[in-house]
Design a protein around this ligand. Sequence first.
Ligand code: C5P
Length: 233
Amino acid sequence: MTYPSPTDSIIVPLDVPTPLQALALLDQLPQVNFWKVGLELFISSGGEILKILQEREKRIFLDLKLHDIPNTMAGATGAAKLYEVDFLTVHASAGQGALKAAVEAVGPSSQLQLLAVTLLTSISNRQLAFELRVPLELPEYVLQMAVLAKDAGVPGAVCSPQEASELRRVCGEDFLLVCPGVRPSWAQAKDQRRVMTPREALEAGANYLVIGRPITQAENPVEAWERVVAEVQ
Ligand code: C5P
């Protein structure tokens, strides 16, 4: 496994509703090399925001959490390649057939790497048991979904830093782990639960960290970015 440089290992989410606000954030933080585009911004701006990031030679994490039939998964994944996206999320629960179709659409020599979402962090143990009727404890289910994705050829997963060491142990050194739910010791946790600091998350086995509000909503975002980079160096 080749580990990214400290600057490249931190992904900042463009969690804003419009392309104009996204541009303002890009201008405010030119030091950031890796940006995450989620459903809200993608739906409001379409491919425009991806073109902007591509023109600025930024790395792109397209967090669309695809969950569909194999044919559609393959088509959507192929389309993401046109924007030179680096990471694209798919739900592991779409099943082996859909995951394999997406992996095949990516092909062997693309820069695009698929990441499996094992279970939404908004789902509790209770919901898993009583709404989704899954007869497994939550950590066991998360692990099962990661193994399913890995067996289908998906090269990595998004997971909470708390799950990173177990996924690293079972899925091996070459499996990519991208972790949100990371908070520098000086930042407030806000609505994130069970957080780890950037250093702890990397030590637990994460390759990439998604850190949003502690940077984007800091009084001085550039200074906050520099403090996070210094911490992971
Ligand atoms: O601001 P904050 O650092 O909490 O942002 C974390 C980012 O990671 C947000 O874009 C959030 O939607 C995303 N995310 C998460 N937990 C997951 C998956 C994605 O917080 N399990």
